[in-house]
Design a protein around this ligand. Structure first.
Ligand code: 13P
Ligand code: 13P
Ligand code: MG
Ligand code: MG
Length: 366
């Protein structure tokens, strides 16, 4: 049976700054999706990660479907009304355009979708990150799909022997989707050369070369390219199908133990370690640290099981402790050097006017 998984996610307002949406707001979005999705959806799951509400939908309408996108857009619009009523901060923050034009891509919300033939056992993982941008997944995906040090399946499983194909997007390009395809293992050095720059080059999809099936899809939107100024972080979502021709769940999760430094946290302008947290978790220290949650599902004819909170396992408490230490260490150096993002990433913030003003005061001596 051909099934489409669609995730559409937005920040439409939160409590205490950029911490988390109110329960009433989440319930409002949920009931809109229930009401509007009766004849459209097979199933759905509404959750939040930090201040972002994500709607995961299963259906048979393919990717980029008008009605599916409209359903999510309307749920976020209705939610925004509640956010305003409750005085939530940043009500409607990610709804950057007024008129819905058939697709939420380019309108603010993050979206990622894939259509596939459901396998008899169809396990998949739904990741949602807050206070960071889509490049945050570059390293974990490289590890999971390219590195036998992380993924023994690359050696042990004949189903993975053919390697993978990566679609990588140049997210600085505003004229259209500028993409490149790279195959592994032959081109892993080339892939690494791009993925080392996560602010510009972002994995959009991964495919099995053994079966041709799609393994992963990610949201790649950069909000500052849409808004022309800093309005909030992109806070990316990702779907990864696991097992058989794809890495095992544990191979996809293991790289998150690294807690890599990623762009984000306070004012979206810093480098801070990415912390795996439980489902429906909040934000705290320094508008961060950047967080990622992961819900594991099985699916049959589009019907979802309950979500399993994989980063809720006791193992990750130890990892979180270490990541908290990394975060505090980085914060010791304040605004200095590697603690903040490079100038190009701050271009959409107010610092540019300041730098321009100072630039005019410089004088060439002698
Ligand atoms: P099971 O024997 O529990 O199916 O595990 C197989 C496996 O490969 C896990 O990585
Ligand atoms: P969000 O994108 O999650 O709203 O975060 C914005 C921010 O700048 C927090 O400091
Ligand atoms: Mg916010
Ligand atoms: Mg957010």
């Amino acid at each position: 049976m051909k099934i489409t998984l669609s995730v559409i996610k937005a920040d439409i307002g939160s409590i205490g700054g950029h911490i988390r949406p109110s329960h009433r707001l989440v319930e409002t979005v949920k009931s809109c999706v229930e009401r509007g999705g009766k004849d459209l959806l097979i199933d759905h799951y509404v959750s939040y990660t930090g201040d972002d509400i994500a709607i995961l939908m299963t259906h048979q309408r393919g990717v980029g479907d008008d009605e599916i996108h409209r359903l999510a857009w309307n749920a976020f619009l209705e939610g925004t009304e509640v956010a305003r009523e409750q005085g939530l901060y940043g009500a409607g923050q990610d709804l950057l355009k007024d008129a819905f034009s058939g697709n939420v891509r380019g309108m603010g919300p993050a979206v990622t979708e894939m259509e596939f033939d459901e396998r008899p056992g169809e396990p998949f993982l739904f990741f949602a990150a807050d206070k960071t941008d889509p490049g945050a997944y570059n390293l974990p995906l490289y590890e999971a799909f390219c590195d036998p040090m992380n993924t023994p399946g690359l050696m042990l499983s004949p189903e993975m022997a053919g390697g993978f194909r990566f679609t990588v997007m140049d997210v600085n390009c505003t004229e259209g989707d500028r993409v490149i395809e790279l195959v592994t293992p032959e081109e892993i050095y080339d892939l690494a050369a791009l993925l080392r720059n996560p602010e510009r080059f972002v994995v959009e999809a991964v495919w099995s070369r053994e079966t041709g099936e799609q393994a992963a899809c990610l949201s790649t939107s950069r909000l500052h390219n849409i808004a022309g100024k800093y309005t909030g972080k992109d806070d990316p979502v990702m779907l990864v199908r696991v097992q058989k021709a794809f890495p095992a769940t544990g191979e996809v999760l293991a790289p998150y133990a690294v807690g890599p430094y990623v762009a984000g946290a306070m004012r979206g302008s810093h480098n801070m370690p990415l912390m795996p947290i439980g489902l429906n978790g909040d934000i705290s220290y320094f508008d961060g640290p950047p967080v990622v949650s992961c819900a594991a599902f099985a699916i049959q004819n589009g019907k979802l099981t309950e979500a399993v909170d994989v980063f809720g396992h006791p193992f990750w408490q130890h990892i979180r402790q270490k990541i908290a230490e990394k975060a505090v260490d980085m914060r010791r150096q304040g605004f200095f050097g590697a603690a903040m993002l490079p100038r190009e990433e701050l271009e959409y913030t107010g610092i540019m006017e300041k730098l321009d003003r100072l630039d005019r005061r410089f004088q060439l001596r002698g």
